[in-house]
Design a protein around this ligand. Structure first.
Ligand code: GLA
Ligand code: ZN
Length: 670
């Protein structure tokens, strides 16, 4: 398998839109910007297959050779992201259908039904042709399958999807009785006698069966994964040495990343934080989540050099913002930074999306100049490639829980990513680094495991947590966790059924709050404001660390701790502001003597963000200053600043700036 040896830096490159003259100019500009990697042919279908019987690779042959001659590595897409008009015209039935029964038409992109055999066959045929022609070209370092699966099409209600859903359910449940039981169909007289009676969860008079909705979400992710697998298999018939990936979307609801990642050699994601947001925690945590899918370095496959074109107001990235946020990804395990896109389109829907080469003169462009500065700086980061991110704790993340938690008819609307983002903000402030783990993953290597709002989880996960805490693990969960199984059926006997024993408590009743309502809790002599949720907690064996302090829940426990075997299980029965949550987390960390990997390198605490990646015989400390003032860092041992190219024992990290310090495990500091 071809191995990555340098930081990748580059962009989506769509030269189908440009003349050869412009493309030759691009080669010069790419060199200037330090570009060594581009993704091509993502939207190339109609260029290489202008009609059903013609494949025309002249342009792509020329382009691939040109990039190779210019030392630019190629991420070659199979080109299936936007089916050509001739195909749609011939098979209109391949198009997705909305919930209202409208067939979508050609004229945009990603227009295919996730179960269409026509799309699958033609996509596989195109993939074969591309692989046959280019699999042994030395310039190709990556296969880029399709593009952002389910970005636009995350449901389809055509007849074919309905019968495929029935078949998928039959494979899953084997008997209709098992399905009836899993879907709780005795409720509202929903029982089925035959698979053919089952609909997709389309328009219905009122609340839909939640288990049916959950299976539909699983089905959509699975059908798209099948497409990926078909495309990949068509390429793999010719190509063994080139890694496979598709560009994921981080916190994207419709693709179960943990399942998909097993089919990929490298994981990557497209990161589009809003520049108006000073600290875009959801995107920051998506870096950790994406790395965690394989627990290996990942790639930022796309980001905007400045503004996007698809928000209501498309804020531009300020000077330095692109660089700092790129380093945020690198500090959390990314081995490459790519942009969407290289050259700003002249026409089409994305002409106002920023690009490295703008509509105006590149030499006059701040964005181009910053891209050049950053790209050339990345050449110093050779030592970063392939190193392992060191996490202090694990956060349990499950796409299926995301789907289940956000179905309707709950005590209150809760948003999984909002909750995770508040937790992540608190942890970031403490410089406690995290991996995300799937509930089925081994957690025994982590000394601290947090399962935020894990509403839905399997009974085997409950057992795993009991064993983990018995053996000395520290576990933290919060309100509305451990409530239902994977079919959205409640664990009876008092909430949270799954974690009742390990937490040593019972929740009798939920007291959700309106947005404008807030209560208070007292914790260690401090008063915190509650948000969204309160509840009636009864202690079984647990100890209260905080109590609700309001009229309807006076003196009711709000935060608890429970010794269970050799470990402790903590519970927070409300939503807290990140700063308050950080105080609770600090107590848990101190009481249990939990350590951070970075304590080996720096003294005390700092507002600078600190992370660590380890190589074979060295460690790299990433110091990112997201604040507006300079901060002093004192190192515990001598290191080498990769960006400044000097040895250091103490240093200043300027506002919005970054330092990367290398500590050799041998004596030579370089
Ligand atoms: C996505 C797509 C790109 C482009 C960008 C614009 O990430 O993959 O083709 O449309 O969005 O932000
Ligand atoms: Zn369909």
């Amino acid at each position: 398998m071809k191995k990555q040896t340098q930081m990748y830096y580059g962009a989506d490159y769509n030269p189908e839109q440009w003349s050869k003259e412009v493309i030759l100019e691009d080669m010069v500009l790419m060199k200037e910007a330090g570009v060594n990697y581009v993704s091509i042919n993502i939207f190339g279908w109609v260029s290489i297959q202008p009609n059903e019987t013609t494949f025309d690779f002249d342009f792509l042959d020329w382009l691939i050779d040109l990039l190779y001659k210019n030392d630019i590595m190629i991420d070659l897409a199979n080109g299936t992201a936007s089916p050509p008009a001739w195909l749609v015209h011939k098979y209109p039935d391949m198009m997705p259908m909305t919930v209202h029964g409208n067939r979508l038409v050609h004229g945009s992109r990603q227009h295919y039904c996730p179960t269409s055999d026509v799309y699958r066959q033609y996509a596989a045929a195109l993939s074969s042709e591309v692989a046959k022609r280019y699999h042994d070209h030395p310039g190709i370092v990556m296969w880029h399958i399709n593009n952002e699966y389910t970005c636009h099409i995350h449901e389809c209600y055509c007849d074919r999807c309905r019968s495929r859903f029935q078949q998928w359910l039959k494979e899953k449940y084997q008997t209709i009785a098992t399905l009836n039981s899993a879907w709780s169909t005795t409720f509202w007289s929903q029982s089925y006698g035959d698979w053919h009676e089952i609909y997709l969860p389309e328009e219905m008079p009122t609340f839909k069966n939640p288990a049916q909705q959950l299976d539909y979400a699983r089905f959509i992710s699975a059908m798209n994964l099948e497409i990926y697998q078909i495309e990949k298999a068509a390429i793999a018939a010719y190509s063994k040495e080139i890694p496979f990936m598709t560009n994921l979307m981080g916190l994207h609801k419709y693709v179960d990343g943990f399942k998909w990642a097993t089919e990929m050699d490298v994981v990557s994601w497209n990161s589009y934080p809003n520049p108006f947001n000073e600290m875009p925690y959801p995107q920051f945590l998506a870096n950790d989540l994406t790395r965690s899918l394989k627990k290996k370095p990942f790639l930022i496959m796309e980001q905007a050099p400045s503004a996007v074109n698809w928000r209501a107001v498309n804020g531009a990235k300020k000077a330095g913002q692109m660089r700092l946020w790129s380093y945020e990804a690198i500090a959390h395990g990314s081995d490459g930074i790519m942009f969407f896109q290289w050259r700003q389109s002249k026409g089409g829907a994305e002409k106002f999306h920023s690009a490295v080469v703008p509509h105006g003169e590149p030499k006059e462009s701040r964005v181009f100049k910053e891209s050049c500065q950053f790209g050339n700086e990345l050449k110093k980061l050779q030592a970063v490639v392939g190193t392992t991110f060191i996490a202090d704790a694990a956060i349990v993340f499950d796409w299926e829980n995301w789907w289940a938690l956000e179905l309707d008819a709950k005590p209150r609307k809760l948003k999984y990513i909002h909750q995770l983002s508040r937790l992540y903000e608190a942890l970031s402030g403490l410089n406690l680094t995290v991996d995300f783990v799937h509930p089925d993953e081994d957690i025994s290597g982590y000394s601290f495991v947090i399962a935020p709002n894990l509403y839905s989880a399997s009974s085997s996960f409950g057992k795993k947590i009991e064993e983990y805490v018995t053996r000395g693990g520290i576990f933290l969960t919060n309100f509305f966790s451990g409530i239902v199984n994977e079919h959205d059926q409640v664990y009876l006997g008092g909430y949270p059924g799954l974690f009742k024993d390990v937490l040593g408590l019972t929740v009798e009743e939920f007291y959700p709050l309106k947005d404008s309502m807030h209560g208070q809790i007292s914790f260690d002599g401090q008063t915190f404001t509650t948000h969204l949720w309160e509840e009636v907690i009864h202690l079984d064996h647990a100890t209260a660390l905080a109590h609700f302090n309001n009229d309807h829940l006076p003196g009711v426990p709000a935060i608890t701790s429970n010794q269970y075997g050799d470990g402790y299980a903590y519970y927070i029965g409300t939503e807290l502001a990140p700063a308050d949550l950080a105080i609770v987390l600090t107590k848990i960390i101190q009481d249990n003597d939990l350590h951070k990997a970075t304590e080996e390198f720096i003294e005390g605490t700092t507002p600078v963000s600190v992370t660590c990646r380890k190589g074979k015989d060295y460690s790299l400390l990433f110091l990112l200053n997201h604040t507006d003032s300079t901060h002093q860092i004192v190192l515990k041992k001598k290191g080498y600043s990769i960006l400044d190219e000097t040895n250091v024992t103490e240093l200043e990290v300027d506002a919005k700036n970054v330092q990367i310090i290398k500590f050799s495990h041998t004596s030579d500091h370089k």
